[in-house]
Design a protein around this ligand. Structure first.
Ligand code: AVJ
Length: 318
């Protein structure tokens, strides 16, 4: 009999197989952002309880001229994740004044996200997006640099919070390896604040964040031919004081088995068992300064929002 040809699993299918057959079930928060998930995240940024995005934008709007004063004339602004373009506009407008030939290079795996961002920022400066994962996209930009003007790398919105704390130094060293001495790194990071406020930011009463979390199971149903009954799972949010992070879980409310066609597997759940779907770490300013050093950067300046403790920190590559 001819050996059957096993189609290679997609990254999502491989993650679902790994994560749901582990002894503590988990799924990577990377997979939240399909079209519906991205739309739900945009809705989250409008929630009164989720102060993070507004704090980030307030800081960039208020301090873009200060940031430009520190960086001076810049040739390229690169960004990890394209975002909506709304926050980045402030930085680009301040920097293009010092260099009309400024080039903006957003890096994202989603072409749709890049298209949207490009439309939002049309006319501000030259835009050339890079559709790739962060590290490879940055490597490409490093190879294609021309001229002697330094580069500013943006990593906004506390996306860094999704990384495990222990993996942050290596991640930063990876970024640093694609930069030259004199380049800059602008990092937006959410700070530790009252537990009550942090929990509310991830557990809004309208249920938008719950929908964002549950959409991960809906996505498995849609893309991997599975039969999750979404109504038997509940959104759960925890604060881990030791690791200073918000955790999101999907709590299984009854004992059940769920078949997932694309990976030819049935997953068993006990009542009360959870799937861990996200960690959002929260930082202190001192900790961010230490990260700068561990990554081969020197902390140059930091701005903190008064309404919603959130930090914008500017580092220079050593
Ligand atoms: C986009 C990763 C910064 O962790 O706060 C929002 C995602 N998750 N609500 C965060 C998110 C639940 C967000 N980041």
């Amino acid at each position: 009999m001819a050996a059957s040809v096993q189609p290679r699993l997609s990254a999502f299918a491989a993650e679902v197989l790994d994560g749901l057959t582990a002894c503590r079930k988990k799924l990577s928060s990377r997979f939240f952002y399909d079209d519906l998930g991205s739309a739900l995240f945009e809705a989250i940024t409008l929630l009164p309880e989720y102060g993070l995005t507004r704090a980030d934008e307030r800081l960039l709007r208020a301090h873009a001229p200060d940031i430009a004063r520190y960086t001076g004339r810049i040739g390229t602004v690169a960004e990890l994740g394209s975002g909506s373009g709304k926050k980045t506009r402030h930085i680009l407008e301040a920097l293009v004044r010092r260099n009309p030939a400024l080039r903006y290079r957003a890096i994202d795996v989603s072409q749709a996200a890049l298209d949207l961002c490009e439309r939002q920022l049309e006319g501000v400066c030259e835009i050339s997006p890079v559709c790739d994962d962060w590290m490879q996209g940055l490597a490409k930009i490093a190879r294609q640099r021309s001229g002697n003007d330094p580069l500013v790398l943006l990593f906004l919105g506390s996306s860094i919070g999704n990384l495990a704390r222990s993996s942050v130094p290596l991640f930063l060293q990876g970024l640093r390896s694609h930069l030259l001495p004199g380049d800059f790194f602008l990092l937006g990071a959410d700070l530790v604040k009252e537990v009550r406020r942090m929990l509310a930011a991830y557990d809004d009463p309208t249920g938008v964040t719950a929908a964002f979390n549950l959409n991960l199971l809906a996505r498995i149903n849609r893309e991997l031919d599975a039969e999750f009954d979404l109504r038997s799972f509940a959104h759960e949010v925890r604060w881990d004081d030791a690791d200073r992070r918000i955790e999101m879980h999907l709590l299984c409310c009854r004992k059940q088995s769920v078949s997932i066609g694309a990976i030819e597997t049935t997953i068993h759940f006990e009542a009360g068992e959870t799937i861990w779907t996200e960690s959002s770490h929260k930082f202190t300013c001192g900790e961010l300064d230490e990260y700068a050093r561990s990554g081969g950067f020197q902390a140059v300046a930091a701005w903190v929002d008064q309404e919603w403790p959130f930090a914008e920190t500017l580092w220079r590559a050593e």
